[in-house]
Design a protein around this ligand. Structure first.
Ligand code: GSY
Length: 191
């Protein structure tokens, strides 16, 4: 008995990273099928929604109706824009909770379909938009690919994500949501 404690486990990825030095191999049709065949336990997942163009509440409502496996919706919040060109209008933000067997990649596809349905036109990277849907957390899954990083890399710095997330999962934001982050985030009622 050495008295040494076991080291904490790193979060697991559903698709393990290849050994260092190997180039990641893209999923083949067969490996994707194989992955889908595995029965999966449903996990808790969270997506962040924001709109600052047009009928913002209607865009958020429509998106919530289109997303799969939704089991909870936070209150909405009117929030000062973070980043982007000066003079943008305020955002309306909320967070939804899913109970789902879908992977982060499948949820990204669903998020993009909801954005497309809101006739979103990507004019400038941080510019105003009818709808933005970000995948925040999908159970314990981690993924780090050019178009998708989960857990979302900036979520812990964003009051417009943490305040609505606290409505659904206060245990996740405790100790992370400072009054400075919450500044500029105003309750705007139920969706
Ligand atoms: O990253 C989501 C889009 N977005 C937002 C947002 O949803 N809310 C606020 N307040 N600022 C934002 N800047 C960007 S980009």
């Amino acid at each position: 008995m050495t008295g040494r404690r076991p080291r904490p486990q790193a979060p697991t990825s559903r698709r393990p990273h290849p050994p260092a030095g190997d180039a990641p191999s893209p999923p083949t049709a067969e490996s994707a099928l194989q992955e889908r065949r595995q029965p999966r336990e449903p996990v808790r997942a969270f997506l962040a929604l924001g709109s600052n163009l047009g009928d913002r509440r209607a865009y958020l409502r429509q998106a919530v109706g289109r997303l799969p496996d939704v089991v909870g919706v936070s209150h909405t919040y009117e929030t000062d824009p973070v980043g982007g060109p000066p003079g943008q209008g305020a955002y309306l933000n909320c967070v939804v909770e899913l109970r789902t067997t879908r992977t982060a990649r499948e949820l990204l596809t669903a998020a993009q379909a909801a954005e497309a349905a809101a006739a979103r036109v990507r004019m400038e990277r941080w510019g105003p938009r009818t709808l933005d849907v970000d995948v925040l957390l999908v159970g314990e899954e981690t993924i780090d690919e050019p178009d998708l990083v989960v857990p979302h890399p900036r979520m812990w710095e964003r009051g417009f994500v943490l305040v609505p997330l606290a409505d659904l999962a206060p245990e996740l934001v405790i100790g992370r949501l400072t009054s400075e982050l919450a500044r500029g985030v105003r309750p705007a009622g139920k969706l």
